[in-house]
Design a protein around this ligand. Structure first.
Ligand code: 13P
Ligand code: SF4
Length: 330
């Protein structure tokens, strides 16, 4: 990107008082112009702690919604409102509510990759960086419903030795990594460290040396002196990995996707520098992300519980689920 284009975005951010956030999977040009790049928990926390009244979230819509719910007074914009997530699509509110109503005594632990409605009927939200800590803080005698990602849920259940009922959703990008081809690639690169996001299938996770959130995988590349890494996550993260370890060889884990075999998240790639520029130019005319008041109040409780437990504070857990009045609106 030309220095002029970068300067233009920086100037527009200043003029409009906008904080530009980007996820590690965004295009490298988008990451380059962002004020902060992070994993889903870091982005939510950064937005909450920032004094900015206007935030432009270059990631996917559930990230922008979470920021809006945690900061109802702030205007939250997105470069493209079509930036969804297969986990959101695979956890429709009515079905998730039925699951919830079938187990009123259980605690519902929901991955942040979910809709605002689903968050509002959940007891606590987790991301892949804090899920272990949060689930470990739940009393052992409480039954847990975990959704919508079956792979993250299965991984947590195995590593924490904690039975959980799992929703059967998955990430359309991470489930495409191929266990068989990864096995062959490891045989050709025996000294490589395999790092994987927990949204990958169990077979792929079984071959990984390190499993973690995007920030955890970056930390591994930064601190592990190995010279070769096989990376089973979305390739947008290579931009930060190369900056941290220009000396290391980074190999994308093989992918069985019928379309391109590239492991690219199509939603994250909807964020472009041109759309960021257009959003900043029109910011005054844009309403921003909307979450209805009653729903936001409930979803805020589950997101705030996530922040509190992650920061080491104690929280109280509801004894049973009570159907909120706004449910009939959906
Ligand atoms: P992280 O929270 O690890 O950044 O993951 C977000 C995500 O969407 C992974 O596909
Ligand atoms: Fe959703 Fe997967 Fe894209 Fe992450 S990589 S935003 S889980 S579709």
């Amino acid at each position: 990107m030309s220095p002029q284009a970068v300067n233009e975005i920086q100037e527009l951010k200043k003029q409009t008082g906008t904080l530009l956030l980007a996820h590690f999977y965004a295009d490298e040009q988008v990451q380059e112009v962002a004020d902060f790049v992070g994993d889903s928990y870091q982005l939510a926390l950064f937005a909450k702690q920032s004094p900015a009244n206007q935030i432009l979230m270059a990631g996917v819509v559930f990230m922008a919604e979470s920021i809006k719910i945690l900061n109802p007074q702030k205007k939250v914009l997105v470069p493209d409102s079509e930036a969804g997530c297969s986990l959101v699509t695979e956890s429709p509110f009515k079905d998730y509510l039925k699951w919830r109503l079938d187990h009123p005594e259980a605690l519902m632990v929901t991955y942040i990759n979910s809709s605002a409605q689903v968050k509002a009927i959940s007891d606590v939200i987790v991301t892949s960086s804090n899920a272990s800590k949060i689930i470990s803080s739940i009393p052992k005698d409480r039954k847990i419903l975990f959704g919508p990602d079956k792979n993250l849920g299965g991984y947590l259940s195995r590593t924490l030795n904690r039975p959980m009922d799992l929703w059967q959703g998955s990430c359309q990008v991470h489930i495409e990594f191929s266990e068989k081809e990864l096995f062959n690639l490891i045989a050709k690169n025996p000294s490589a460290i395999v790092i994987a996001h927990p949204e990958c299938d169990q077979g792929v996770l079984n071959l990984a040396h390190v499993i973690g959130s995007t920030s955890r995988l970056l930390e591994e590349v930064k601190t592990n002196p190995a010279q070769v890494f096989i990376v089973a996550t979305e390739p947008g993260i290579f931009y930060q990995m190369k900056k941290l370890r220009p000396d290391a060889k980074l190999i994308q884990a093989p992918n069985q996707s019928a379309c391109c075999g590239c492991a690219i998240c199509p939603y994250m790639k909807l964020n472009t520098v041109q759309k960021i520029k257009n959003t900043l130019l029109n910011a005054h005319n844009l309403e921003g992300v909307k979450v209805s008041f009653k729903l936001a109040q409930e979803a805020q409780k589950s997101l705030e519980r996530m922040v509190a437990v992650t920061q080491g504070q104690g929280v109280s857990w509801p004894q049973s689920f009570k159907t909120p009045s706004w449910v009939s609106d959906f």
